[in-house]
Design a protein around this ligand. Structure first.
Ligand SMILES: Cc1cc2nc3c(=O)[nH]c(=O)nc-3n(C[C@H](O)[C@H](O)[C@H](O)COP(=O)(O)O)c2cc1C
Length: 198
């Protein structure tokens, strides 16, 4: 699969994890996505730990360097892939903060119109579905084009990865492949249903 808008360069996905924990299941999901990405699709995982808290006063005197760099990377990406844990029924502050910065300035935000696919993992039996619902709401407010399906909620995350961090379940791997394919197809304006079966 090549970049639908330019066959001479890869389709670039910027991946954001809502956790900076060593061994984060959500980071592992993004690493799995990188391994399962179709040919011609590059997934780069961005580190958002260095972003200061959003502050309109900081913004007014010019984005701090890490913010400017992060926003530029969001802007340059063909699409985003966001993996979120769930904290108290919501997305973590770390992720909310990154999205707040990328939603600015109003009317010219890097997030505006950006195609996005979301997924998430938690050790609980509910897998963080509430956080994903909140994330969809935020991305709608920031005018992103969120891939509607498949929903990828990884439950009991502590049982889903092997000793080297590989995603075990073949069905989950298939859903992740489908999510990435739908993200790329959404940008290309093609319908996944039109794609010949593999
Ligand atoms: C402050 C806090 C609140 C949490 N709230 C929830 C929750 O509401 N639902 C849930 O499924 N897990 C909850 N958890 C557990 C996280 O989902 C779990 O730590 C997860 O592994 C974090 O993602 P990571 O593995 O990518 O770091 C919470 C964890 C923390 C630290």
């Amino acid at each position: 699969m090549t970049n639908p808008t330019d066959i001479n360069r890869p389709f670039r996905i910027l991946a954001i994890a809502g956790s900076i924990r060593a061994g984060s299941y959500n980071r592992l999901l993004l690493e799995a996505a990188r391994d399962l990405a179709p040919t011609g699709v590059e997934i780069e995982i961005v580190d958002t730990a260095g972003l200061p808290f959003y502050d309109a006063d900081l913004e007014a005197v010019g984005d701090p360097a890490p913010v400017g760099e992060f926003k530029e990377r969001v802007r340059a990406a063909d699409a985003l892939l966001i993996a979120t844990p769930e904290y108290n029924g919501c997305i973590p502050g770390l992720l909310g903060n990154a999205l707040d910065w990328a939603s600015r300035p109003y009317g010219r935000a890097p997030l505006s119109g950006k195609p996005v696919a979301i997924l998430g993992a938690t050790p609980s039996p509910r897998g963080g579905a509430r956080a994903q619902a909140v994330l969809r709401q935020i991305l709608a407010a920031t005018r992103c084009a969120v891939v509607p399906e498949p929903e990828l909620v990884v439950r009991s995350a502590h049982e889903q990865f092997d000793a080297v961090g590989m995603l075990r379940d073949e069905l989950t791997r298939d859903r992740l492949r489908a999510l990435l394919a739908n993200l790329v197809d959404g940008v290309a304006g093609t319908d996944a249903a039109d794609r010949p079966a593999a």
